[in-house]
Design a protein around this ligand. Structure first.
Ligand SMILES: Nc1ncnc2c1ncn2[C@@H]1O[C@H](COP(=O)(O)OP(=O)(O)OP(=O)(O)O)[C@@H](O)[C@H]1O
Length: 752
């Protein structure tokens, strides 16, 4: 213990030193004053970089060193949350980052496969004080004993699993299990699906995989950023601390509803409306609706346009031909519009030319090419002509188009159209994939933005040329007073030798000092380096289309459990968990065919065996062959069932609330108004000792104690989710007076 304490103290001293250095670097960089634009940009980048390393060092403070491996060759490594080097000239490693290849045997070695280890040690600390050691002998031939050998190899893991919950998820770096390690370190390329029942560590693995990828592919992912998609904001709040605690901040956490910059989806859809909006055929329906907005005048009712040289007539034939030409380009609506407009302008110009230059005796037209061009310009500049073209082929934003579409949904059966019809009200999460689809179909009319960007680029090149000229001038000057020196033959490299103005301008462009995650959040067309989707079974077909657009390389990790699918917007739940392969193939097939891999997690770390047996038993009522994941621990405490008046639930919750830790009452949304005394107002705050939530909100969360109310009102999958949230105790309450969905207060969700 003394020896390990000495090491841990030394590691903390070194960490303090590095933090002091990083802090000084931040201060020194901030203090740099300059009027030069380039120097200012560099300063901002410097501040961001030093601040990020300072944040990573600060994050490493709690539980800095948690393990040690002793190899058979006599080498010993301490494993920690971050890598630290000594202050010597060789910069010898002091503490090994848990993600480094050298650390891998700490997670994978077993008595059968010792991976060159003699001993593995778990070091537990409180603050900077070492409080416990647990040793595992890997080489049975080695007679050395330290007195810290554990009887139970899983002692450290079980202590972590049994500890009171705080309302925020914690990291698992010190106890990652071998099956999890393989997934965390799987190659970055390609699409990996991780399937596992409740509590099998899918979320934990997904987050540690993000940390690992950022470590292993730092250069690339720092530029392109990693996106983590979760089912709702409360869930993102629950997991939000894990990556910062691992020193990683370059990640964007978002729900699908947050992925259309500039749109805040605050509205709610009924599950049935969300299901319609999420269906794959909505993409074809919207494409058709966009075509509907490319109109032509009625036959025999042409648009007559007043013009200086007499009236112009825009009729059905002309518009149909122009529309055909524009559609033929294959461009999105807004970008195809100029082709429609050019064609119309040409036809209208022909009308003027025919009228003015026609030879009454049938000879060739009098007008020459210059005259015709002149007349064409006048037609093209006419605001009346513009208005006529716009009335047929309006330029549309995704928001305008979708609001208009939802007011009068076309291309759907009447009952579906009625479900999604909406004339006003805020955007909903299910609208966001439709907005994204619309943006693709419409294309941004970005000609103004492109012109501005080109002007800015030209300005940068001019500026960069200026910088190079100065650098060239100063170089000749440097050598001026030296005799016999031919400046151009000098071997000294300076800026203009290795870089041209254009490249230098690009460098300035790269000097946007927002982090990649920040830039990605503001850019609808951003291509992420890697996307991780949690509760992936929940996403609608339209949401998948959005995510696939954000990840053209398809470097993705999806984690989920088909048996927990609750949202009607998702594909149908397979009959048994076993056919998960088909479930994912249905989702992924349209994007990657069969080029995806499936990994399974089979051990439940959250729910004790007693609770899991109960949950599986209830599920088997409708699905006799159902097999749940195997629980790693049992507590001896069995779930209870009681019949209680709804008004009594709050009192019961107070009685059951653990002294330390959290309790959740999970009840169908329509009963919440009648479950008084549980504080159901305001946004969900998971740090409160007692919370009231519905099964949908419960997805992905966990609590020490859970009370499930009115299980008979829940769909089988929702009930399964609700019953598997507890780490210690579960109570199941049947309301004393029977409640039917009809007698319950209408739910705001169901009411839309
Ligand atoms: N190796 C581990 N060491 C310590 N704790 C672990 C480990 N693996 C998982 N856990 C813990 O088990 C619990 C369940 O993990 P997690 O929430 O990731 O499961 P999940 O598969 O996402 O569950 P669900 O499908 O129900 O949302 C968490 O508290 C997590 O920290």
């Amino acid at each position: 213990m003394r020896q390990e304490q000495r090491f841990v103290s030394l590691a903390h001293e070194r960490l303090d030193q590095l933090r002091a250095e990083a802090e000084a670097a931040v201060r020194a960089t901030i203090a740099q004053v300059s009027t030069d634009r380039q120097a200012r940009v560099e300063r901002d980048i410097g501040v961001a970089e030093h601040s990020a390393s300072l944040a990573a060092l600060n994050a490493a403070d709690a539980g800095l060193c948690f393990g040690r491996i002793d190899r058979r060759d006599g080498v010993t490594h301490h494993i920690g949350r971050t890598g630290i080097r000594k202050d010597d000239t060789e910069r010898t490693p002091l503490l090994i980052d848990w993600r480094a290849p050298v650390a891998r045997p700490f997670y994978l070695a077993t008595g059968y496969e010792p991976m060159g280890l003699r001993r593995r040690r778990h070091i537990t600390s409180e603050g900077r004080t070492v409080t416990a050691l647990h040793d595992e002998i890997m080489d049975l031939a080695d007679p050395t004993r330290t007195g810290y050998e554990s009887h139970d190899a899983d002692e450290v893991l079980l202590a972590a699993l049994g500890s009171a919950r705080t309302g925020r998820m914690g990291d698992i770096v010190s106890t990652i299990q071998a099956e999890q390690d393989h997934i965390i370190r799987a190659p970055q390329r390609g699409l990996l699906v991780v399937e596992g029942g409740p509590g099998t560590g899918k979320t934990a693995v997904a987050l540690h995989r993000a940390a690992y990828l950022l470590y292993a592919h730092r250069e690339q992912l720092a530029k392109r950023a990693v996106l983590i998609v979760g089912p709702n904001p409360a869930f993102l709040g629950y997991i939000g601390e894990v990556l910062p605690s691992l020193g990683e901040t370059g990640v964007l956490l978002a729900t699908v509803g947050e992925l259309f910059p500039g749109v805040h989806a605050t509205g709610t859809d009924s599950p049935a409306a969300a299901a319609v909006k999420g269906r794959a055929d909505m993409s074809a329906v919207l494409a058709e609706a966009v075509r509907d907005r490319q109109r032509v005048p009625e036959k025999g009712e042409p648009i007559v346009i007043a013009h200086d040289d007499g009236e112009l007539v825009l009729d059905w034939d002309m518009a149909v031909e122009a529309r055909h030409k524009a559609r033929e380009t294959g461009l999105p609506h807004n970008l195809a519009m100029p082709y429609f407009a050019f064609r119309i302008v040409d036809d209208l110009t022909d009308q003027v030319v025919d009228r003015i230059g026609a030879d009454p005796y049938g000879g060739p037209n009098f007008l020459g090419p210059d005259d015709i061009a002149q007349l064409g310009k006048a037609v093209a500049a006419s605001s009346e002509v513009h208005a006529a073209i716009r009335s047929l082929w309006p330029s549309l934003t995704p928001q305008e188009f979708l609001a208009d579409y939802l007011a009068d949904p076309t291309g759907l059966p009447d009952e579906d159209a009625a479900l999604i019809r909406r004339t006003r009200g805020p955007w909903t999460s299910a609208d966001v994939p439709l907005l994204d689809e619309a943006a693709e179909l419409l294309g941004e009319d970005d000609s103004a933005a492109r012109a501005a960007a080109e002007a800015e680029r030209a300005r940068r090149i001019a500026y960069a040329q200026g910088v190079l000229d100065v650098s060239y001038a100063s170089r000749t000057y440097e050598f001026e007073d030296k005799e016999d020196v031919d400046a151009d033959a000098s071997e000294v490299l300076s800026a203009h030798d290795i870089i041209d103005a254009e490249r230098m301008a690009e460098r300035h462009e790269e000097a946007d000092h927002r982090s990649a995650a920040e830039r990605a959040a503001a850019d609808r067309t951003w291509a992420f380096g890697h996307i991780i989707v949690d509760e992936a079974q929940e996403l609608s077909a339209m949401a998948w289309r959005l995510l696939m657009r954000r990840c053209p390389t398809r470097s993705m990790t999806l984690v989920g459990d088909p048996a927990q699918t609750g949202d009607l917007a998702a594909p149908p739940t397979p009959k048994a968990v076993g056919d998960g392969g088909d479930f994912w193939q249905q989702i992924l097939g349209p994007f990657v065919e069969d080029r995806w891999e499936l990994a399974r997690l089979g051990v439940n770390y959250r729910t004790p065996a007693e609770i899991m047996e109960y949950a599986a038993g209830r599920r088997r009522a409708g699905d006799p062959g159902f097999t749940p994941p195997r629980s790693i621990r049992s507590t001896g405490v069995h779930p209870w069932e009681r019949t209680v008046a709804l008004a009594e639930v709050a009192r019961l919750a107070q009685e059951e609330a653990p002294a330390e830790g959290r309790l959740a009452v999970i009840a169908p949304r329509e009963l919440h108004a009648r479950l008084t005394g549980l504080g159901d107002d305001g946004p969900l705050d998971l740090s409160r000792p007692v919370v009231l939530i519905d099964p949908r909100q419960a997805k992905g969360l966990e609590f020490d104690t859970v009370l499930v109310v009115a299980p008979e009102l829940m769909l089988p999958n929702d009930l399964y989710v609700a019953l598997t949230r507890a780490t210690q105790r579960l109570g199941v309450i049947t309301p004393a007076a029977p409640v039917t969905p009809a007698s319950a207060t209408p739910s705001p969700v169901a009411a839309g």
